[in-house]
Design a protein around this ligand. Structure first.
Ligand SMILES: *[C@@H]1O[C@H](CO)[C@@H](O)[C@H](O)[C@H]1NC(C)=O
Ligand SMILES: *[C@@H]1O[C@H](CO)[C@@H](O)[C@H](O)[C@H]1NC(C)=O
Length: 870
């Protein structure tokens, strides 16, 4: 039974390989028609140093907060709050379990919610309150509560407050909050059903909230909130303002179905509400549409996913960065739009309002309001001008103004992005979160570096320059490709890290991987404002980690690497080959913007020739002969702004080997290697050469030949005609056929083999009388035909054994990759290797085949001797 199941296992992995192939084709196709810049480098999860934090049984690490200067990262997860060392998040300073009482859980479950998931306490608010306390809120089984967390004892104060309006009831609902001078501003829903949206201020002196009315908030989905402080140097006495970002259902556009609209809204910090009209409600709530469309309006990005407001002393004004997607997003389009704060201010302080007009009976339509606007201007903050007119507080604003803003919270003017177009449009990706860092490059130019996370656990780092966008790199933050739900940037000097939260854990990543670039050209072509080349150390360094900047460092964000003087790396790999073989010359070239060029004896190779085949990370040379000996160089050519930079990535020397043995075989299946190399690599098979070699040996392709080989000779008797295989086919069709028939043979062989094995076991057991009496008849039959059966078996056994001995003579007992004894083919690095799935699972099949004959042999012998003894 074990054999059968492993047989099935093989069939399944085979299908998996096929699926992988299709996926790759899909990806290639996608890349061919890709929209937007391609990340220059992709770092796999294991390639870069990331720090992970996760605790067993703890999920939904959805809220992150950095302490101002204490090197602490606070993490709000499901039922737990952690305080971690922000320099190394694996170090837990404190943890606090904040669980729902059993009684609350039961009540929640009685209302039809899931006791295992929804009726738990999801931490949704984690805000700094003062030096010793954090303000925290959790969903608490659909009865949101808030409390103060003592940072010294890491205990809750225990004076729970009703979290209604500050924290959602439902963990699946959107929420946002920001703490401003000890008062919590939040956007969330106010009831159990989540049907009553609210933007509120939680304050003892003057709690305020939005009207519960469609013109104010219409099924919003909150994404972000932040405060923008008034300019201290300005004389207009403006107020600090709190901005909210959300997507809501449009009232102003007619559309088949629901049209969503991205919005920015704002309230003033000194708002006290109205005295009669708008009592305990915002008198300064205004909202406007955020525009994020291509200039030709063909692509409309109307769902806002996340916002980051870049505030920096070097900036004249804050810049708002938003991530958008279209409403119907089956192709996975995402965009980044940036807005000037002054543009936003202008819309709210000078723009036109919208008003609803009743057309026909009950149908309302929103149109621009062109009538007289009451004074003071509705929705404006109380500034110097208002105070001069004796309006010292919103409480003494005239009813006319308040009534107007109550009915007209929506602006007719929209907020247009900087440059009237998205900064970045990218296809085949769904962006989830964004943070932006402002970096001064060596040249003194300032770059806004955008870190954008995806729903597949990756992070894109992008910079914009005069007329375009460059994605420096893509980093796989989470190995399981889950969505990144929170992104946080620590911009403290010397401690710049990114923190990403997901359902399964938190990841800490450096902002740049400069040390990954080993040459000056590579370091400069990365066009990463954090990285520069330090010539006397010959290393690529992060300039923000250095104490002082030196003159001779090389950096060029335009990608001009001409001041680099890299020496050509002289280490080459030697390979020996046998005539007729195939050589696989590895060349792993990370940049996706570069082209690979191969040179042989200093001449550019014509890859189109059937003699060669260019793979993603290697060159195959078929049918090797004396004339193919020599030096092969792999060059990476990268063109930036019409300048081409090329560097030697790998150097191989091919030498013909003196033939010392004339064994059949191992030469041929190299063909198979070639056929299989189309299969993308998924996992690396740890390989260790069984023979000592100075250079690591590539065994993967060799594995392939060992496994499948025994089968073919048996079933096709092709072994008697080795020339068929020795002449290397050059067409693709031939190879695929080889692969296919090969597989069928293997399956058929395995089937026959196991069938015979089954008969064997059955007869043996029958013979021994382990089986019930009915088989006695069968037994006597078997005994009669014993001779025949026996010979059948020994034949089969022998042929299997033979090939195995031939192939497996170097096979290590510890299950290491087999390597043929008679022919070393050629030798090259070990970490290369394509089509590993195939080889991998074939090698498993091989092991089965290998193990089995001896079992059979054993049992048969026993049966035989037993029979003889009878
Ligand atoms: C919490 O995490 C679990 C496990 O990954 C996930 O299935 C669930 O959807 C998450 N819930 C919320 C509300 O994010
Ligand atoms: C935004 O502000 C920058 C400088 O602060 C300015 O150069 C640019 O023209 C502004 N863009 C818009 C659309 O107002």
């Amino acid at each position: 039974m074990l054999q059968l199941s492993s047989n099935f296992h093989r069939a399944r992995t085979h299908n998996m390989a096929v699926t992988c192939l299709y996926t790759t084709l899909g990806l290639l196709f996608g890349a061919a028609v890709a929209f937007g810049p391609v990340p220059r480098i992709t770092w796999e999860h294991r390639e870069v140093q990331l720090i992970h934090f996760q605790k067993p049984e703890v999920f939904n690490y959805s809220t992150l907060l950095l302490s101002d200067n204490k090197d602490v990262l606070y993490v709000g997860a499901r039922e737990v709050i952690f305080a971690l060392n922000s320099v190394n998040i694996t170090e837990i300073h404190h943890e606090l379990y904040w669980k729902v009482t059993e009684d609350k859980k039961t009540k929640c479950a009685d209302k039809g919610k899931s006791k295992q998931t929804e009726c738990l306490n999801y931490v949704r608010v984690l805000q700094p309150f003062n030096d010793t306390f954090l303000y925290v809120c959790g969903t608490n089984a659909f009865q949101p509560i808030c409390d103060h967390l003592n940072l010294v004892s890491f205990e809750l104060r225990g004076k729970t407050e009703d979290g209604k309006g500050r924290c959602p009831f439902d963990p699946a609902q959107s929420y946002t909050s920001v703490m401003v001078d000890g008062e919590l501003y939040s956007g969330t829903s106010y009831n159990f059903l989540g049907s009553e949206p609210i933007i509120s201020r939680n304050s003892h002196q003057s709690p305020l909230r939005t009207e519960y009315a469609i013109p104010w908030l219409n099924e919003p989905s909150f994404v972000f909130a932040d405060v923008i402080r008034a300019d201290q140097n300005s004389t207009d006495g403006e107020d600090d303002k709190v901005y909210f970002f959300f997507t809501e259902m449009s009232v102003e556009y007619e559309f088949v179905g629901k049209l969503m609209i991205p919005r920015i809204s704002r309230v003033c910090k000194r708002d006290q509400g109205g005295l009669r009209t708008l009592q305990k409600k915002w008198t300064s709530f205004l909202k406007a549409r955020l525009i994020c469309t291509t200039p030709d309006k063909n692509l409309v990005f109307n769902i806002i996913k996340d916002v980051f407001i870049l505030k920096s002393p070097s900036l004249k004004e804050p810049v708002i960065y938003g991530i958008f997607t279209p409403q119907l997003n089956n192709v996975g389009l995402s965009a980044v739009c940036a807005y000037n704060m002054s543009t936003v201010e202008e819309v709210f302080s000078k723009g036109k309002y919208m008003q609803s007009a009743t057309v026909e009976q009950s149908h309302t339509k929103w149109v621009r309001y062109n009538g007289e606007i009451p004074k003071p201007r509705p929705g404006a903050c109380i500034n110097k001008e208002a105070r001069a007119a004796d309006y010292t507080s919103s409480l003494n604003l005239p009813d006319k103004t308040l009534q107007f803003v109550k009915d007209h919270p929506l602006m007719d003017d929209s907020v247009t992005p900087i440059g009237d177009r998205p900064r970045l449009i990218k296809r085949d990706v769904r962006y989830t979160q964004i943070v932006v860092d402002r970096v001064t490059a060596l040249s003194g130019s300032v770059y806004d570096v955008m870190f954008i996370s995806t729903d597949k656990g990756a992070l894109h780092k992008a910079i914009s320059y005069e007329n375009g966008m460059h994605i420096v790199e893509e980093t796989q933050l989470f190995p399981n490709f889950e969505p990144v739900q929170t992104l946080l940037l620590s911009s403290e000097k010397g401690k710049r890290y990114l923190y990403a939260g997901s359902n399964s854990g938190v990841v800490q990543s450096p902002v740049a991987f400069c040390d990954k670039y080993s040459t000056c050209v590579d370091c400069v072509l990365a066009r990463d404002p954090y990285c520069a080349w330090k010539p006397h150390e010959a290393s690529c360094i992060n300039i923000l980690k250095e104490d002082e900047i030196e003159r001779d460092w090389i950096q060029n964000i335009d990608g001009d690497a001409s001041s680099c003087t890299d020496k050509v790396r002289e280490n080459c790999l030697h390979h020996t080959f046998k005539p007729g073989n195939i050589a696989e010359l590895k060349c792993s070239q990370k940049s996706k913007l570069a082209q690979v060029v191969w040179k042989f004896k200093d001449h550019i190779l014509k890859i189109e020739s059937p003699k060669y085949r260019l793979l993603e990370k290697a060159l195959l040379v078929f049918n090797l002969s004396e004339g193919d000996s020599g030096i092969y160089q792999c060059l990476s050519e990268e063109k930036v702004k019409n300048k081409k930079f090329s560097q030697v990535v790998a150097k191989h020397v091919l030498e013909m080997k003196k033939i010392q043995s004339t064994t059949v075989g191992p030469t041929q299946p190299a063909t198979e290697t070639e056929g299989n190399s189309n299969v993308p690599k998924i996992s690396t098979v740890p390989t260790e050469g069984s023979t000592a070699q100075t250079s690591p040996t590539q065994l993967i392709s060799i594995t392939g030949r060992v496994i499948t080989k025994p089968i073919i000779p048996i079933l096709t008797s092709a072994a008697s005609n080795p020339d068929i295989f020795n002449s290397v086919p050059d067409g693709v069709i031939e190879k695929t056929m080889f692969l296919k028939s090969n597989d069928n043979f293997l399956l058929m062989f395995l089937f026959l083999f196991f069938f015979v094995l089954f008969l064997c076991l059955l007869s043996y057991n029958c013979y021994k009388g382990y089986l019930p009496g009915q088989c006695l008849k069968f037994r006597s039959l078997m005994l009669l035909g014993k001779k025949k059966t026996k010979s059948d078996f020994s034949e089969c056994e022998q042929s299997v054994k033979e090939t195995l001995v031939e192939q497996g003579s170097t096979q290590n007992q510890n299950g290491e990759q087999p390597k043929p004894a008679h022919d070393t083919g050629y030798e090259t690095e070990a970490d290369c290797g394509n089509g590993q799935i195939q080889h991998d699972d074939s090698s498993q099949a091989f092991k089965e085949v290998k193990d089995k004959p001896f079992d059979v042999k054993c049992e048969l012998k026993y049966a035989d001797s037993d029979a003889e003894g009878d």
